[in-house]
Design a protein around this ligand. Structure first.
Ligand SMILES: NC(=O)c1ccc[n+]([C@@H]2O[C@H](COP(=O)([O-])OP(=O)(O)OC[C@H]3O[C@@H](n4cnc5c(N)ncnc54)[C@H](O)[C@@H]3O)[C@@H](O)[C@H]2O)c1
Length: 525
């Protein structure tokens, strides 16, 4: 079995099931292979709630829908001729019939539902008998359709064995990102091979141009399609954005072009926004090269730029089609940037579960073990992914990901105003100190966990110098936080314990000031 990302099994409401099912079939219908296929073999042992009949009915006037059926010990393929025949289990027999159908030359696409693996690697789902007998021998393009929440505790994010060409997931989220971990030299060509594109552009910053672009050399992307912008969050601005639009425009990019964002969160945020808005939207892929980008910025679809001295003031939520992760990039990252990313991993540990939190506490930041990193990274991405999956547009639970960010963003904006650049993750780490204090004081975050988290941050993250004279300004900056609802209140995401998320918690000014006192006392400012 290849690389997989674990998914927890969740109960879905009927409405969610119906939505998921129609999204799966909508994705199947959009597949170029499906569009061009004339003979589609459908393994119809689908989960009950999926209205396969309606879809088959819709397709059968323009396609030959073929169904494998078991007659005694023999598997045969029957041709579907409309709903009535399906209901009665009576199909017209297609010639040739019987076992020789495996060589049947006309089948150009097979859709195989409900198969995957559990956490121990055992294959699950209905239809696996057919799968075992038929697929290895069938000469057709094969799409596997997964319904992770219902059937699978471990879901392959890519074709789960060599017999499968592509996997489509049932999901609540529209347009869900495919996330792959592996060697970029392998996973990127695979990804590009699945698309019909008229040109490919790459966005880098100066550092990723020098350190990371080499891994794309085998793709033959012309140098004129490589766009390089200045590094650093202070360049995540409207000028850099306009320069990317100009480049795309001058070099003939179209809506069928693809942009690869190769870099940290600055590049994926700006590049994602540029791609989402160029010609009203072209596809893009994120290839994160920093730890922060890998476990956070590249995942989940938020894009944008800083504007008017405010962080991420302008942007859109539009997920990249895929995120391709090669942790080898992280080896050239300096310690500060590593720690910046690790701060978001600390946050993911705090908002998710005791298990993830313990893994964070066990990781030795003084001696980074790059071999231990992939599993930690995978776990951290999964925390974000699970949240984004149920609330892609931040109507509710996605606000959990803002833990530490209400105060953190205020620190970051304040630093920008002082012309003092501070890394995003550091600002979040300091913000978490203040918000852990508020969680402890206001909603019962346990003392022992509180002290443990505070000491982890204190040990590694230094400080941003502020005095009590800055409190009003910081408060004013917090009023701009996007989680607020415009009624003057400042709404925090707090924690009642590890994984116990309390979104939309209104916090009074005096408590915020007390939390800033705690921040200064803890860091000896
Ligand atoms: N969209 C989101 O959901 C989201 C979430 C968190 C943060 N962000 C944004 O992400 C940005 C911060 O991300 P970041 O920390 O990755 O910043 P970054 O992209 O500025 O990268 C940090 C530095 O590392 C360099 N770098 C990149 N890859 C490298 C490599 N492999 N080896 C050596 N150096 C490398 C960069 O050139 C840069 O100098 C901020 O703009 C923040 O607002 C976005």
């Amino acid at each position: 079995m290849r690389k997989s990302i674990k998914a927890s099994v969740k109960a879905l409401s009927d409405a969610e099931k119906a939505m998921r099912a129609s999204q799966v079939w909508a994705s199947v219908e959009k597949e170029p292979r499906f569009v061009s296929a004339k003979y589609v073999l459908l393994f119809w042992s689908l989960p009950d709630e999926v209205d396969t009949h309606a879809f088959v009915e819709k397709w059968h006037t323009e396609k030959h829908i073929l169904l494998p059926v078991v007659i005694g010990d023999t598997l045969e393929i029957r041709s579907y001729k409309g709903m009535e025949s399906m209901r009665k289990g009576a199909f017209d027999i297609l010639e040739p019939i019987g076992e020789p159908f495996l060589d049947y030359p006309l089948i150009d696409l097979a859709i195989v539902p409900g198969v995957g693996f559990d956490a121990s690697g055992n294959r699950l789902g209905r239809g696996k008998g057919y799968y075992d007998r038929l697929l290895p021998q069938l000469q057709a393009y094969k799409i596997g359709v997964c319904f992770p929440e219902q059937y699978l505790s471990a879901v392959p994010t890519e074709p789960w064995d060599s017999k499968m060409d592509k996997v489509i997931f049932g999901t609540i989220m529209d347009n869900e990102q495919v996330i792959k971990l592996g060697r970029l030299e392998q996973i990127l060509p695979e990804e590009l091979g699945n698309r019909s594109l008229d040109s490919v552009f790459v966005l880098t910053d100066e550092n990723t141009h020098r350190l990371c672009l080499g891994k794309l050399s085998g793709l033959g992307i012309p140098a004129s399609n490589v766009i390089c912008i200045k590094a650093g969050d202070d360049n995540k601005d409207v000028e850099a954005l306009a320069s990317v639009w100009s480049h795309l425009s001058q070099h003939g990019a179209t809506r069928k072009s693809l942009m690869i964002n190769l870099g940290g969160g600055m590049v994926t945020d700006l590049g994602g926004f540029a791609a989402s808005t160029f010609k009203r939207g072209m596809d893009y892929i994120n290839v994160p090269t920093t730890l922060l980008g890998t476990i956070d910025a590249a995942v989940g679809g938020k894009t944008g730029i800083n504007f008017g001295g405010l962080k991420n003031e302008v942007g859109v939520i539009n997920p990249s089609r895929s995120v391709l992760i090669d942790v080898d990039f992280l080896r050239t990252l300096d310690k500060e940037n590593f720690l910046s990313g690790f701060a978001e991993m600390i946050k993911h540990g705090l908002i998710s579960s005791r298990e993830v939190w313990n893994h964070i506490l066990q990781f030795d930041l003084d001696q980074i073990d790059y071999n231990a990193l992939p599993s930690l990274v995978e776990e951290s991405i999964q925390v974000k992914r699970d949240i984004v999956r149920v609330d892609p547009t931040e109507k509710g639970i996605r606000k959990a990901l803002n833990f530490g960010h209400t105060v953190g963003h205020a620190f970051e904006s304040y630093a920008i105003q002082q012309n003092e650049t501070k890394l995003h993750g550091y600002a979040v780490a300091w913000g978490m100190l203040a918000e852990l204090y508020l969680s402890y004081k206001l909603v019962g975050f346990p003392k022992e966990d509180f002290l443990q988290a505070v000491s982890l941050i204190k040990e590694h993250y230094g400080s941003l110098y502020i005095t009590c004279k800055e409190y009003d300004l910081l408060y004013e900056l917090m009023t701009h936080d996007k989680k607020n609802e415009g009624d003057g209140r400042i709404l925090f995401t707090l924690l009642g314990g590890i994984g116990d998320i309390r979104i939309n918690t209104n916090v009074e000014k005096k408590d915020i000031f007390e939390a800033l006192d705690f921040y200064r006392d803890t860091l000896g400012i």
